[in-house]
Ligand binder design. Sequence first.
Ligand code: HEC
Ligand code: HEC
Length: 379
Amino acid sequence: MRTACLVLLIGVLAWAAQAQADQDALTQEQINKLLQHGPWPLRVEADPSNRVSGNPGAIELGRTLFFDPKLSGSGNMACSTCHHPGRGWTDKLPRAFGIKRLDRNTQSLFNVRFNRWFGWDGQNDNLWAQSIRPIINPDEMHATPKHVVQVLGKDQNISGQYQDVFGAAPGEGTPEQTLANVGKALAAFQETIVTARTPFDAFRDGLANNDRKAIAAYPASARRGAALFFGRGNCTFCHTGPLFTNGEFQDAGVPYFIEPGRVDKGRFAGIAKLKSSAFTLAGKHTDDPAKTGAWKVRGVKPLHRNFGEFRVPSLRNLTKTAPYMHDGSLATLEDVVRHYSQIDVERLHADGTRILAPLHLNKNETQDLVNFLESLSTE
Ligand code: HEC
Ligand code: HEC
């Protein structure tokens, strides 16, 4: 009799454990979507538009320039002033501060080499052009191509490094050519900023290889968060692939008023800037004779729907890059999840309303989704 009771008790306990596991489990459809978010790290290739991409001398020169305030007009602002390596390659401010407060949040440089467009509004189609932008922007480093030629020429160390990498002294050719080269060395350095594997990657590979130990090591709460991300939340619609972004532009319901009466037009204005830039993949400064990728800038046209759209951010290493959104208006991941939970569909484009709807998550579900998002970061 006693043995029968014991067997029954063990049976009930096993059933309860199984029921809990089932609740934490993902459906096959969710698993199929999840598997597409890896493997990580991605394979890297040299950038054909940048002849010094991957060149060790250029990486070193780029590193020197990145941390050196000399490039700026005032002589006291470097790339690292806003993109600080100890602060997730950003500045922890809601909106960047240059010569005055800027309109947008400083983007992190994690995995920047994998972008298809650059900036919140995609105003550039390559990394070296995006690296030139702050140097000549009057509200940021406020320099001119001529100033850059002068300061490089005066510093023996830098001009020696530059000569080794580009086979010419700074200032040979036009000042714009020197500026483009500076952008290319800065790009070579930034290409090295690639994030390591995360708890999510171990879970994902565990599912791919049916490795029970790896699957079991992933916390139950993060797994329930994954079920929301890949299921009911439909987050994966935009935050897709190994980088957790489709690389394109969407309206996620973040207000685009910078202050009363002044709006950030987002992608709409970004396309206009892209079209007028001398530093695109279709322009004369690319090193790729085949002009690979130039179809993107040639083909893109501003549409009404682009108004107030911003680039879908990657979600890797999020825990290191708060605050969030193009205007830095959300301080924590809880705030972001609450934003999606209560999203105001009235604010969205017709496209957005089809995809996003308020999720009305309860407290536990909110925590689960936050835990999932945290598992996309390195420890
Ligand atoms: C005053 C602060 C500030 C300085 C200085 C600064 N940046 Fe930025 N950076 C930003 C902001 C703000 C953005 C977002 C730009 C936008 O979309 O409007 C950004 C975006 C970027 C991006 C795009 C990232 C992406 O994912 O698309 C790159 C690359 C970048 N900066 C590189 C640099 C380099 C290289 C330097 C130095 C030459 C530099 N930045 C100097 C504030 C700064
Ligand atoms: C319709 C496309 C779309 C969907 C669906 C979507 N997002 Fe986003 N997400 C975006 C865009 C666009 C931004 C940037 C918005 C801005 O700054 O104006 C963003 C920003 C974010 C950020 C901030 C990242 C940063 O670095 O600032 C997080 C976190 C995030 N989304 C998580 C989620 C989660 C969780 C879900 C599901 C509940 C989700 N997203 C669904 C498009 C989407």
